[in-house]
Design a protein around this ligand. Structure first.
Ligand SMILES: Cc1cc2nc3c(=O)[nH]c(=O)nc-3n(C[C@H](O)[C@H](O)[C@H](O)COP(=O)(O)OP(=O)(O)OC[C@H]3O[C@@H](n4cnc5c(N)ncnc54)[C@H](O)[C@@H]3O)c2cc1C
Length: 293
């Protein structure tokens, strides 16, 4: 019996592990993929405090992982197949674990566009996070693909740092209607309506353009895919009420079920970044250890 089981070893889960371990709790962190989560996909992180020259995702992941272990968290590479939130029982392929508290930190995965060239050029011009990677394309021409809130937000953000931004949308109106259109009616933004990307085109391993359906290639230095994210909530399906697939939690990261916390990208929140994921993890752990009560 653990005090806390944390499901997911990204920055949210590892930070919760650091705080729980340091507080002397018996804490297990289960990670189904790579410790570090989405951080491991980023070749350079420029906006995490205290690394003014930037740091690679791999290195930041390894630092967080090492810190959690050093402070007493038990880390296991096991995917939670089912998580019973009432009995606080987690089942993996290797065993069954029980705890007094569960922290859900399974993160979210950006939805791919699903066209040729995407996997090969991921991280080399194809990005899923404008706030994370936009800074690498200052004063360049870039594209945002999508028509929802994230696409509009990314477009506004990139218009401030890039020379030109194409917003490529497969329909003839944005999901947010007139309000959204107003936000992207900017001198350096051009909207390509009823347009679909057929292929990401690259040269020497870096994105150079987008081949559009119906012909023609649009030269761009980067393309930001904003066609949605999928929170990784499969293991708790049907047990919690979700909002658009994300887990609602209060400011202490408490969900509707006592002893169950939600942190990081899978939580309903405004900004999904490493620093906010880490913050959520710290808050949940502090709530469990009683500091905040
Ligand atoms: C390409 C890219 C670049 C980015 N760059 C930056 C950046 O520069 N700066 C920045 O601040 N943010 C960046 N982000 C966003 C940032 O990485 C995320 O906001 C952050 O990692 C979220 O942390 P998390 O711990 O909530 O989730 P995640 O990082 O998604 O980690 C969740 C972990 O849970 C694991 N998991 C899922 N289901 C299970 C299960 N059933 N059992 C066990 N484990 C499970 C996953 O394998 C994963 O490792 C980037 C994201 C991407 C995709």
């Amino acid at each position: 019996m653990y005090d806390v089981i944390i499901v997911g070893g990204g920055p949210a889960g590892l930070t919760a592990g650091i705080y729980c371990g340091r507080a002397g709790l018996a804490v297990l962190v289960l990670e189904g993929g790579a410790f570090g989560g989405q951080m491991t996909l980023s070749s350079e992180i420029e906006n995490y405090p205290a690394f003014p020259q930037g740091i690679s995702g791999e290195e930041l992941s390894s630092l967080m992982r090492g810190q959690a272990e050093r402070l007493g968290a038990e880390l296991r590479r096991e995917k939670a197949k089912t998580i019973d939130l009432k009995t606080k029982t987690v089942v993996t392929r290797k065993g069954e674990y029980r705890a007094k508290n569960i922290i859900l930190a399974m993160g979210a995965s950006p939805r791919p566009l699903g066209v040729p060239g995407e996997n090969e050029l991921r991280g080399a011009g194809v990005s899923y996070c404008a706030v994370c990677d936009g800074g690498f394309f200052k004063n360049k021409t870039v594209a945002v693909i999508g028509g929802g809130d994230t696409a509009v937000h990314d477009c506004e953000y990139l218009s401030r740092i890039c020379e030109k931004v194409y917003l490529i949308h497969r329909r003839d109106r944005l999901r947010g209607g007139e309000g959204a259109l107003k936000r992207v009616t900017l001198p350096n933004v051009e909207i390509l309506w009823n347009t679909r990307v057929a292929e990401f085109v690259g040269e020497n391993g870096a994105l150079t353009g987008l081949r559009l359906e119906g012909g023609g290639t649009l030269p761009v230095s980067a393309a930001f895919v904003a066609v949605g994210t999928s929170p990784n909530t499969g293991a708790v399906e049907g047990q919690l009420e979700l909002q658009n697939g994300y887990v609602p939690a209060n400011e202490r990261m408490e969900t509707a079920i006592p002893g169950v916390y939600a942190v990081g990208d899978l939580r309903v929140k405004e900004l999904r970044q490493i620093v906010t994921a880490a913050s959520d993890g710290a808050v949940a752990a502090a709530c469990i250890t009683g500091c905040e009560k």
